[in-house]
Design a protein around this ligand. Structure first.
Ligand SMILES: NC(=O)c1ccc[n+]([C@@H]2O[C@H](COP(=O)([O-])OP(=O)(O)OC[C@H]3O[C@@H](n4cnc5c(N)ncnc54)[C@H](O)[C@@H]3O)[C@@H](O)[C@H]2O)c1
Length: 308
């Protein structure tokens, strides 16, 4: 298969690109920046510096390479970024995704696996939360995700595209680019520094280990016939920051970590909505996918990578 990966230089896009190359697929890596993340023969990998808000550039790449599918991970990521710059995030995440769909339509590319987010659900009213839960996002980041999902359905109905949405949640592991839990906990523990997270002891959030996300992404790309267009891809378990700290303290004896009560605050400022575990039944049944890492196993692997 040949897959065009948008956001191929980012945390998830790079991991998926590496996995595609490792199993012998070809990749067209599309991103506004290209670092030396991918090392593969030119016949297997094409790296393109481009912007998804540039429709003409995207269409050129799509028409030139005519991939079998698109893995769409390019976005401005995170609740805080979306609040700092709501116009920009709509431009990149919504208009950019529309450009991806349009370029696919022009080039006759049918399947797109789009990385959506648990933020698309808004407040969790079930635990675990199934895909049938209403999408009622409250912040621009989640609103963009839900909008792109819905636009994908429009392109399915009008133009026969197949846009598959992976609702994933707080992915972590080596190369996590953002300074948030669990990265800040492990880094402080390894550096022997004390760290107090001001709040979040009671915030139960599903955290996804990067390898599990990648195996879910490949399963969605490979699946022959999708009966559904959205899958929860997470760990299926919600862990509080207090529980995370307890595990880190076992893994790094002497770690001086603590957390204040209450909900998690993004960047210590913006309160997270109530979350919980994601119900993985659909992905298990339809894709034959199952996560391999609970929080302890994921933290162990992440810690080993950070030590290296
Ligand atoms: N990491 C998580 O925990 C998580 C959770 C849920 C959903 N997601 C979604 O997964 C996707 C990837 O997230 P990530 O964690 O890898 O983020 P990331 O910031 O590491 O990667 C995003 C990539 O997109 C690229 N990009 C940004 N704007 C672009 C543009 N206009 N044109 C082309 N490329 C552009 C960036 O250069 C970057 O390489 C995003 O859609 C994000 O919303 C991530």
């Amino acid at each position: 298969m040949k897959i065009l990966v948008t956001g191929a230089d980012g945390f998830l896009g790079a991991a998926v690109t590496r996995a595609l190359l490792a199993r012998g697929d070809a990749a067209v890596a599309f991103d506004t920046r290209i670092s030396a993340l991918h090392d593969a023969p030119a016949a297997q990998l094409t790296q393109v510096v481009g912007d998804i808000t540039d429709m003409a550039a995207l269409a050129r790449v799509m028409l030139e390479h005519r991939p079998d599918a698109v893995f769409h991970a390019a976005a401005i990521v995170g609740v805080l970024s979306s609040l700092a710059s709501p116009v920009h995030i709509v431009r990149v995440n919504v208009e950019g995704s529309l450009n991806v769909f349009e370029a696919m339509r022009l080039a006759g590319v049918r399947r797109c696996v789009h990385v959506s987010s648990e933020e698309a659900y808004g407040v969790f009213h079930a635990d675990p939360i199934p895909e049938a839960h209403p999408l009622d996002p409250v912040l621009p980041y989640g609103i963009c995700k839900a909008t792109v999902e819905q636009l994908g359905r429009t392109y399915r109905d009008l133009h026969g595209l197949e846009v598959i949405n992976l609702r994933t949640s707080w992915v972590y592991g080596s190369d996590l680019p953002r300074a948030r839990v669990p990265r800040i906990l492990l880094e402080a523990a390894l550096a022997g520094q004390a760290l107090h997270v001001p709040s979040g002891a009671d915030a139960a959030i599903d955290h996804t280990f990067i390898d599990d996300f990648v195996s879910g992404a490949l399963a969605a790309l490979d699946h022959r016939t999708h009966r559904f267009d959205a899958y929860n891809i997470a760990s299926g378990q919600a862990t509080t920051v207090a529980q995370m700290i307890a595990i880190v303290k076992e893994l790094v004896p002497g770690a001086r970590l603590s957390v204040g009560p209450g909900p998690y605050r993004h960047g210590d400022t913006v309160e997270s909505v109530r979350k919980g575990a994601l119900d993985l039944s659909r992905a298990r049944k339809e894709l034959g996918w199952t996560p391999k890492y609970d929080m302890r196993a994921g933290l162990e692997r992440y810690l080993r990578a950070l030590k290296r």
